[in-house]
Write a protein that binds this ligand. Structure first.
Ligand code: HEM
Length: 359
């Protein structure tokens, strides 16, 4: 009798503690999301921008991406990279999504963008169409992309965070040259990266944390074979270099290599463990462990994933607000890969301008 009673008490206590742990987990996730709301936001963006016009936008995107990533988790990396390439060229205004036009080739034809995955652009177009079906033409392509990038992180195992919304889409894309000049190359060293990021108001911590995006995804051989041929980069682990040489028998091989050899599809802190083992793929990665200004941050993330997650979310919210268009600037594109159809007058004005330049 006493035994039966104490078993019930024990079961009851276990249930209570299980509930407490669950509640704690739920509230700490909510807290983490909430905490990121202390990052300053630019004028025109807001944490609750679509609350009235499209309250379900975040659910629609998350639900659809869950399905997409079940089929191909690699697309999470592809979407995250597109968001970065959008923000660093002209700001986060979806110019990277525009296909080329009569005015010239779009950003997608610029060298660093040739390895962006076409399938990921299709995913963004589809998300935008789903959202438009539910809410009408109210959510911008740049906001869809920023939310999809956040969900790519979350659904790969990374941290959740709130995204300030209200971006508008650009009316034009950057030239191929501007695109090339604004995207840091994989052969950049830490000094160059620190300077480049500083120009964009991103500090050294932001640089190291954002580089952790390379914890998922792949690269093509030409992005890193300068470290293998003709001479092997001495900062690269020898057996890692030999393995890479087998993957890329020639400098221009079209093969691919995962960026994080420890957990290629999981958003975790293993990228920093790779760097500490001299198994970073690009110079831009490995030099973060060579340079004294960034080395300590790499080490701290390698031993403390939570710290990486917190700094990463802050840096993503900062990056996601670079030179955004708000208010009446730009437009809300109906189709992410093309500007909205222009009015008769604006086409006429453009024609007159063109005619004048031809004279
Ligand atoms: C710090 C400067 C950076 C440089 C030099 C750089 C360079 C590169 C290069 C060369 C590739 C491989 C391209 C290829 O060969 O296919 C790549 C892939 C990737 N990058 Fe970066 N990147 C940088 C920063 C970032 C940032 C800030 C993020 C996001 C937060 C990011 C996310 C990614 C992802 C996820 C991939 C894999 C894409 C895929 O699998 O399709 N990168 N990056």
């Amino acid at each position: 009798m006493a035994k039966g009673y104490s078993t019930r008490v024990l079961t009851f206590l276990m249930l209570i503690s299980l509930m407490a742990v669950t509640l704690n987990l739920v509230s700490s996730t909510a807290e983490a999301k909430e905490r990121r709301r202390d990052v300053p936001i630019v004028k025109g963006l807001s944490w609750s921008f679509y609350q009235k016009a499209c309250p379900k936008v975040e659910n629609i995107i998350r639900k659809e991406l869950k399905k997409v990533f079940k089929r191909d988790i690699g697309l999470a990396a592809a979407i995250l990279r597109i968001h970065f390439h959008d923000c660093f060229v002209q700001g986060c205004e979806a110019s990277v999504l525009l296909a080329g036009s009569a005015s010239g080739p779009g950003e997608q034809s610029s060298i660093p963008n040739l390895t962006l995955r076409q399938q990921a652009f299709v995913v963004i177009d589809n998300l935008r169409a789903l959202v438009q079906k539910k809410c009408g033409q109210v959510v911008s392509c740049s906001d869809v992309l920023a939310l999809a990038a956040r969900d790519s992180v979350v659904l790969s195992g990374g941290p959740d965070y709130a995204v300030p919304l209200g971006r508008r889409d650009s009316l034009a894309f950057a030239s191929q040259e501007t695109t090339l000049n604004n995207l840091p190359p994989p052969f950049a060293n830490a000094s160059q990266l620190i300077a480049d990021f500083a120009n964009r108001n991103l500090n050294i911590t932001d640089l190291v944390a954002l580089s952790g995006g390379h914890t998922i995804g792949i690269a093509h051989c030409p992005s890193f074979t300068d470290r293998l041929y003709p001479n092997q980069d001495p900062t690269m682990n020898k057996s890692f270099a030999n393995k890479l040489k087998r993957t890329c028998p020639t400098a221009n091989s079209s093969n691919t290599q995962v960026l994080d050899i420890r957990s290629p599809d999981v958003f975790d802190n293993k990228y920093y463990v790779d760097l500490m083992n001299r198994q970073g793929l690009f110079t831009s990665d490995q030099d973060l462990f060579v340079d004294k200004r960034t080395r300590g941050i790499v080490e701290s993330y390698a031993i403390d994933q939570q710290r990486f997650f917190e700094d990463f979310t802050v840096a993503m919210i900062k990056m996601g607000q670079m030179s955004v268009l708000t208010g009446t600037q730009g437009e809300i594109r109906s189709n992410c890969s093309a500007r909205n159809t222009r009015s008769f007058m604006s086409v006429l004005e453009e024609g007159i301008e063109e005619a004048i330049t031809m004279i």
